[in-house]
Write a protein that binds this ligand. Structure first.
Ligand code: SAM
Ligand code: SF4
Length: 429
């Protein structure tokens, strides 16, 4: 989400005739796009903002801007204003459409500006903003903003606001434009894509949207992230199975295996319900890969609770997982819960979890040896002369030796070797 925000902000910079540079020392404008979902991410931002002070001292005309969800967190924008005097412009998540206008004002009047729209102010969706896309073959398309789920640990509903869906016509228009520009792989973005459609005047849900997008010529692959287990309907499972362009990859965060913890997290499902859903998905969607988000060390999590998490990991055999240590986010209900888990126990659990999941990821990738897979070639491989980087429909990275002319094309590759995070193969055509 933050990376796509960065594309929209960069689009505005490009419209103002700025060109990208990777040399911070030479930049006229430095834009920091932040995320505050986890404390660890937030800590990195504070330290980065500190280091930018030196650049400002050297080049006082450099304009430094901070955007994203950190300034939207209660008290953060004030903190930047008072403690980071070298930051010129601070904007939040609801007003990114105003970035170029505010930047112009900072440039012309040589002032500092902070503009944050509160979450409870009705925030309109702004269509048609310029986007400077980071990739040439695949593109992100936001279908809904915000989140209404209020998981008890999560800051997203407070910094990204209430759930708002884009009109289906606008999404179809954007995807058609992407297809016309040669994009073949699109990823639909939202905090909970499968509750898409709430609040729209027409009755349209996420399955209907997938069907509409499946008709668009030129698009070869449709992906989406993230889904919530509670809103994963039978209709959606059927739609994914029947739409040929919708990829066989589902990212379905489960967070924790213990029913007690899931309840305290306000996730709205039990371990058995999650496992049943996974069974249903595996039966209906041939060759599906499943990835997830998992958190350890939620307040009051016991060793027995944690064993349930490991049990889910063993039973589902995820292809990959994002695994996190629970961080307190001030303002969320979990921050006030008693019996926070000590850091050493959290560390121990995350290590055990990561080593189990790594073993499974490696075995699953090794099982693909000898199989032929369809890949979309994305780019040259970094630091591997003559190699290309491609992706399977199941969202696995495959490296192989090949001509640059294959970039942007679908190819078939025979897998020769599976590693924990990627595959290697030989191109067949
Ligand atoms: N909306 C998605 C869902 O519910 O599945 C996830 C979006 S959230 C921005 C991404 C992930 O960050 C979550 O799935 C969760 O595992 C993790 N996360 C959120 N709040 C966290 C916290 N306070 N501490 C650690 N991890 C957290
Ligand atoms: Fe956060 Fe839960 Fe919403 Fe995901 S569904 S963004 S974890 S509140």
């Amino acid at each position: 989400m933050a990376e796509h925000d960065a594309e929209i902000l960069a689009g505005q910079l490009e419209n103002m005739s700025y060109k990208e540079t990777l040399e911070k020392d030479k930049a006229d404008v430095i834009l920091v796009v932040t995320c505050c979902v986890r404390q660890s991410a937030e800590n990195k931002i504070w330290s980065m903002l500190g280091t930018l002070r030196k650049i400002k001292e050297k080049n006082p005309s450099t304009i430094i801007c901070v955007s994203g969800c950190l300034p939207q967190r209660k008290g953060a924008a004030e903190h930047i204003k008072n403690r980071f005097l070298h930051i010129d412009l601070v904007i939040g998540t609801h007003n990114i459409h105003r970035f170029s206008e505010l930047l112009r004002e900072v440039e012309e009047k040589k002032i500092r500006l902070i503009e944050i729209f509160e979450n409870d102010v009705e925030t309109a969706l702004h269509e048609g903003l310029p986007v400077k896309r980071a990739h040439d073959v695949r593109a992100w398309v936001t279908i809904m903003y915000g989140c209404d789920n209020f998981c008890s640990y999560c800051i997203v509903p407070y910094v990204r606001g209430r759930e708002r869906s884009r009109e289906p016509e606008e999404i179809v228009k954007e995807v058609k434009e992407l297809a016309a520009k040669g994009y073949k792989d699109i990823t639909l973005l939202g905090q909970n894509v499968n509750s898409y459609g709430k609040g729209l005047s027409k009755r349209v849900d996420f399955s209907d949207l997938l069907e509409m997008l499946n008709e668009i010529q030129g698009i070869k692959r449709i992906r989406f992230i993230s889904s919530h287990p509670r809103d994963f309907t039978d209709k959606l499972v059927k739609t994914i199975a029947s739409c040929d362009k919708v990829c066989e990859h589902i990212h379905l965060p489960f967070q924790a295996g213990s029913d007690v913890v899931l309840k305290k997290m306000n996730r709205g499902y039990t371990k058995d319900e999650y496992l049943e859903l996974i069974d249903k998905i595996k039966k209906a969607i041939k060759g599906v890969s499943i990835t997830t988000d998992i958190m350890v060390g939620f307040p009051q999590e016991t060793e027995e609770d944690f064993e349930h998490t490991l049990d889910v990991v063993r039973r589902v055999r995820f292809d990959a997982a994002f695994m996190f240590v629970y961080n307190t986010r001030i303002g969320t209900p979990a921050a006030k819960m008693r019996d926070q888990v000590p850091e050493n126990i959290k560390r121990d659990r995350i290590q055990r979890l990561i080593s189990l999941q790594n073993e499974i990821s490696l075995l699953k990738n090794r099982e693909l040896k000898g199989k032929t897979v369809e890949v979309l070639v994305e780019s040259e491989a970094k630091e591997r002369e003559g190699w290309l980087c491609s992706r399977t429909r199941t969202n696995k990275l495959v490296f192989f030796k090949g001509e640059k002319s294959l970039i942007g094309e679908l190819s078939h590759v025979r897998i020769e070797k599976g590693y924990m995070t990627h595959l290697e193969g030989v191109v067949l055509e």
